[in-house]
Design a protein. Sequence first.
Length: 501
Amino acid sequence: MELLSNLALGFSTAGSLENLFFCLIGVILGTLIGVLPGIGATATIAMLLPITFQLEPVSSLIMLAGIYYGAQYGGSTTAILINLPGESSSAVTAIDGYQMARKGKAGTALAIAALGSFFAGSVSTLLVAIFAIPLTVVALKFGAAEYFSLMVLGLVSSIALAHGSILKALAMVVTGLLLGLVGTDIYTGAPRFNLGIREYADGLNFVALAVGVFGIAEILRNLEGEVQREVIKTKVSSLLPSKEDFRAMIAPVLRGTAIGSALGILPGGGAILASFASYTVEKKMSKHPEEFGHGAIAGVAGPESANNAGAQTSFIPLLTLGIPANPVMALMVGAMIIQGIVPGPNVAAEQPALFWGIIASMWIGNLMLVILNLPLIGLWVKLLTVPYYVLFPIIMAMCSIGVYSVNSNVYDLYAVAFFGLLGYVLLKLRCEPAPLLLGFVLGPMLEENLRRAMILGRGDPTTFLTRPISLTLLILSLAVLVVVFLPQVRKKRDEVFTESD
């Protein structure tokens, strides 16, 4: 009964005209960003963070959430129609979705992707609602030592699940942690690592770093490697799958939903990992594995369900523990901090309307996506013909205006330029920037809980080992590192990420 009353509160909050409007804006923007290759949800949310400062907290977070899971929908459109995934998590969809489109079944492929995504999103949102409060109750029992160990596990997991070299991912995490130290010592008040610039006394601007590393760097990379792709220009018709298609998609959708719901909670990009895991499972379980790569329905239904389920369940650690599971959730943490909200288990008790309003808006947003996406496929196809040189000046101008509007600080623009160039260099060196952002967000919290635990333990470092939950989390962190460095696991990991590039 308590769950029903909480959901009623959530739907009454998310169902207000203002929040419905921002939910609609979010899912439309998300779909648009997913359709336009090379921009991505992470860069878009980073660019829009300054705008959310002017909105109500619930409205801003509902809109940002809509952009995230809307981008998962939009990414499948380009994957199917031009063999170019708008989102990394839709890369697998392109393998069979594009082949279906070339055979004249583009409408069927798009409908399967949309329906599978809607089902997976609805089920995983229900899981968020069911597990949110129990996990929040557990989180309230966490002390400083437990939070420190949990963040260590999160950072180690992000290293394990990052693309490319493990050592490069570790270097990115350390770099993020070091950047998070810039500013003022939290206990002594002494300035540190700010190069004598008073404007950085409160630390580096999170929005400037995120926009630079993800937004500007992506623009530079897209300008360098802009290519022309073959677009399926024939009229997309027969959107309703046949009975045979429905029968073929049911089992993959169910399996994809289960895989995505479980892996989405993991730090470092669970939605991407879920889509590849789902494709592998479907290919191994199929009676006709030779069809994969030539237009197999399971190759579209499974991964699309998995990546949308993963996107939704990544909200679980954010809403219950205040810990981001991926770069987008790290940006959501930044949005909450901008609004004066301290992420963590207290949000559910102190701001229940916000907590449950976000959860309820996911159902509403998923329904909006199904209703809007299929009729607007023709519009999305036309947008794919817009040259990128028309888009990038507008994007860069909006980025600069948005970042400056937060603090009216010209040094933030310098930071955007610096981190944009840094992000571009990192991309050229094949260093994934996601662990850097997670390190930057978690760094201050990691340091605060480390020092608080040491103060409470009177300087005894064994305090992290004498508390059962903390010890368990540290053992898990060590186990993840050991497993990742095993030769067989490293080989399999390299194969998976090579396929995704």
